[in-house]
Design a protein around this ligand. Sequence first.
Ligand code: FDA
Length: 282
Amino acid sequence: MSSIPFYAKKFVSGINIEEAFATVERLNEKNICVTLDLLGENITEQKQAIKFVEEYDILLKKISEKKLNCYVSIKLTMLGLDIDFDFCYNNLSQIMRVADHYEIRVALDMEGTQYTERTIAIYERAAKEFKYIEIVLQAYLLRTEADIERVLTANGRVRLCKGAYKEPAELALKKMPIIVENYKKLIQKLLTQGQRVCIASHDDDIIEFCMDFIEKNHIPNEKYEFQMLYGMREKTWSRIREKGHNMTVYVPYGVQWQAYYARRLSERKENVFFVLKNLFKS
Ligand code: FDA
């Protein structure tokens, strides 16, 4: 495929590094940091994982060469978590050696619950060996409060989001107001005890709660950042910066955009309306 179809362009920055970097440069000019995500997940062949490792190594080198305000996010199933735990860990280690060398952060995205324990185990192991590793936790999971203790014991670098996968009621909170309450409870602990906390949400209720908490508790600027997804609430990014907070946008790119795009459509009806509106325009 030579380009992202027009209906997915709102959420996916491009097909290759050059297109992704054009977005990074545009956002950096506005003092907004980027976390770049090379799209891909649930690979089944070792050679696919190795190709992704090579692409991430090139990406990290180029971010450093261009001195971009940018780091990366990775899904462990793109590094072979479905194939073998140690194979996946070794692939991550190769990326982490390059990331630590260039002092560029690497965040492990959190996927469905069949991967939660293994993702945390890999993060814990990597945090003993590498400095620039971070992990995503999901506020809708019942286990997350206990997982936060583990992350705080490792290196305390975490991105908290609500959670984007369909999970059963035995494992996850189902009602949005209860997820939001849990998010607020967990983020307070992270903001006071974490090393670096990423507040990943487009929800004004959560954003305003966090801003208030940060101000009242004098949480220093270098300890946290707000984060949103590319294509969502663009005007709010600059407003958050204007209030003096760090702002990072999660920018995905790559040929395997379909699964990511489907999650964006399923979590918000307005995203579907946007796509339909543009289909009719064309
Ligand atoms: P949600 O969609 O719940 O909306 C809540 C309210 O926010 C809305 O009612 C509205 O008021 C406001 N709002 C939301 N979007 C808006 C818009 N576009 N315009 C105006 N108002 C809007 N998930 C996961 O499982 N694993 C992961 O690794 C990650 N990683 C990740 C990174 C980053 C940087 C972000 C921001 C998110 C993730 N996610 C994720 C996705 C996350 O779990 C969640 O599915 C989405 O962020 C949606 O939840 P929100 O809290 O953002 O708003």
